[in-house]
Ligand binder design. Structure first.
Ligand code: NAP
Length: 186
């Protein structure tokens, strides 16, 4: 398969990318790193990326910033930044990318445990991650041309055995899963 990984050089990306490279052709992308430069908070940048990389079977997003901070310091501005970057960024990746991926391809988005089991200081993360999970479930019902979409929702990556993380991604990319939230190490 030809797999595009956005956020390949990040903490999770650095674990997943070499694992996928063992069996697949991988193209790396990131805001400032990787073979392709993309900012998922910009629809124009996403469109430009898909015009640059053709014939993708799997689009994996392991990118998207969101705010951490206590409730009393949460503002509309930092909430909007989180939503624009991690939530709308990934939604736009699917809305635009669905026109470019090969038939029967797949999207694998990232959310996180704080969407299901929030801790203190994670209200912005909870909103964003919950939104990504809900979008994945809903979008899976309407994907064209046999495309699939799943969301990987990991706990803190330093607490996760590498195989558990890798297997979560393989389930989405190589398996038949569609509309699943793949929760890892809760
Ligand atoms: N780390 C964890 O324990 C954990 C647990 C659960 C969920 N998550 C989620 O997983 C995702 C990745 O986490 P991480 O810890 O691997 O983050 P990270 O180390 O900060 O890496 C993020 C990667 O995404 C890229 N990126 C960030 N914003 C981007 C944008 N707007 N457009 C394109 N690329 C962008 C960065 O590229 P550049 O470096 O080139 O800018 C970097 O390669 C985040 O959404 C995070 O919330 C993380």
């Amino acid at each position: 398969m030809k797999i595009l990984i956005i956020g390949a050089m990040g903490a999770i990306g650095k674990i997943i990318t070499p694992a996928l490279e063992q069996k697949h052709e991988v193209i790396t992308a990131g805001r400032n790193s990787g073979e392709i430069k993309v900012d998922i908070s910009s629809a124009d940048s996403i469109e430009a990326m898909f015009n640059q990389v053709k014939n993708i079977d799997a689009c994996v997003c392991i990118a998207g910033d969101s705010h951490t901070g206590d409730l009393s310091s949460l503002t509309e501005e930092n909430l909007n930044l989180s939503i624009k970057n991690k939530l709308i960024g990934q939604v736009n990746l699917v809305l635009i990318g669905q026109n470019y991926l090969n038939d029967n391809g797949s999207f694998t988005l990232i959310s996180g445990k704080m969407g299901d089991k929030p801790a203190k200081n994670t209200a912005a993360k909870a909103i964003v991650n919950g939104g990504i999970n809900s979008f994945g479930m809903a979008a899976s019902l309407e994907m064209p041309r046999g495309l699939r979409i799943n969301v990987v929702s990991p706990a803190k990556v330093t607490d996760i055995p590498v195989d558990d993380l890798t297997n979560g991604y393989l389930k989405s990319i190589e398996g038949m899963a569609n509309g699943e939230i793949i929760r890892i190490n809760y």
